[in-house]
Design a protein around this ligand. Structure first.
Ligand code: HEC
Ligand code: HEC
Length: 332
């Protein structure tokens, strides 16, 4: 059982610390020097759900990152933002951010404390300037006491604002799925026969990219969705290296039940459609990942209908009901 803010055993009663899952590796985020506190998390939560971050005070981070959808915008192929404008990409889940080295589908941001700037300034998301946001926050009487609780004084600075958001997002840890309980030997959790077969098939075909326990190796690859890169050039837009054309972040596979639709373009509506893609839907694109080309030249994997169902059954063991229903994570 993951307790977000468990009282630290060695520390005095009133001190809190973030409990990291025992089956996860060391986080990428420097939690030792940038510690996540209860008060910082609570300030970040208030900011995350505050529509004042957008130009017309209509759109909060939580408008596109909804808790019950594992912090994605469920039901939208690409995101909907301010003035009902359509974004270009499917919203990513905000979960297990502490382990991520690079953010966004194209890896364009390297620091969790900077991701908010992209969303605030994007003309199709919040379309606001960071300076205006800070003014609005400073003038809102709800905030000074929260800044004081988190940082000792009421002073509102961009660094404090961004670090609070990072603390909230960093606290959004999903690690209590059935899969995690099986791994940690908790609650006598066991895979069904179907899930166990699916896990074996997953390890044979999928873990090279979707590496356990975060279900991504954090690399950027082209999984053959399209050979036409004109609509979205992916990581190339950041690196300007032609080997990165049409190349996107390998996403985590946690909480897929809540994060439909799938892929950067949101074009796969179901897990069945995803499995059909990997078993016969791949396009021979310029940068198609070699792991998806068999020695005989066949694209993708050979899986029977039953094997696809088995893999889907396994993927559902990565759903974390407690994460999407955690009252600490929702707007208060
Ligand atoms: C209009 C909808 C929208 C709003 C508002 C929005 N986001 Fe996002 N968010 C997205 C989309 C779409 C992506 C994926 C974009 C991409 O990869 O190019 C994303 C990606 C992210 C990611 C990257 C996750 C990862 O795994 O790399 C984080 C973190 C994030 N958003 C945080 C925020 C924060 C914080 C705010 C508020 C300041 C915010 N978002 C506001 C739609 C939105
Ligand atoms: C060569 C690396 C690679 C392999 C192998 C691979 N994937 Fe993927 N997977 C990716 C990449 C890259 C994406 C994102 C592609 C995009 O949106 O452009 C992705 C996306 C997905 C998604 C969508 C997730 C989301 O949140 O949108 C699912 C589901 C998925 N893969 C399942 C699987 C399964 C199941 C297997 C094994 C049968 C598998 N993958 C094998 C690289 C891989």
């Amino acid at each position: 059982m993951i307790v977000l803010f468990a009282a630290c055993k060695e520390a005095p009663q009133d001190e809190w610390s973030l409990e990291l899952p025992s089956n996860f590796p060391k986080p990428h985020f420097d939690v030792a020097n940038r510690p996540i506190t209860k008060e910082g998390f609570e300030l970040g939560r208030k900011i995350f759900y505050d529509p004042q971050l957008s130009r017309d005070n209509s759109t909060s981070c939580g408008s596109c990152h909804i808790p019950t959808s594992a912090f994605t915008q469920h039901g939208h192929v690409v995101s909907h933002g301010i003035d009902n404008k359509l974004g270009r990409r499917n919203s990513l889940p905000v979960q297990n951010m502490l382990w991520e080295p690079l953010f966004f589908w194209d890896g364009g941001v390297q620091n969790l404390e900077l991701v908010a700037i992209n969303a605030i300034t994007s003309p199709v998301e919040m379309d606001e300037s960071p300076a205006n946001v800070l003014e609005k926050i400073k003038n809102d009487p709800a905030y000074p006491p929260l800044f004081k609780a988190a940082y000792g004084t009421e002073e509102v600075t961009s660094g404090r604002f961004l670090f609070a958001l990072a603390q909230f997002m960093g606290g959004l840890i999903s690690a209590n799925s059935k899969y995690d309980q099986v791994q940690r030997g908790e609650n006598n959790a066991q895979f069904t026969a179907e899930e166990a077969r699916g896990y074996e098939l997953f390890k044979q075909n999928c873990t090279t990219c979707h590496q356990e326990p975060l279900f991504t190796d954090f690399s950027f690859r082209d999984n053959g969705l399209t050979k036409n890169y004109d609509r979205d050039k992916g990581r190339f837009e950041i690196s300007l290296d032609s080997a990165d054309l049409g190349v996107f972040r390998v996403p985590s596979l946690r909480n897929l039940t809540y994060t439909k639709p799938y892929m950067h373009d949101g074009k796969k509506a179901s897990l069945e459609a995803v499995l059909d893609h990997y078993t016969g839907g791949l396009e021979m694109s310029r940068n198609l990942d070699p792991l998806l080309i068999q020695p005989n030249g066949q694209l993708g994997f050979s899986l029977s209908a039953q094997q696809k169902l088995d893999i889907i059954a396994f993927l559902k063991t990565l759903d974390d009901e407690e994460f999407v229903r955690n009252p600490l994570f929702s707007e208060q």
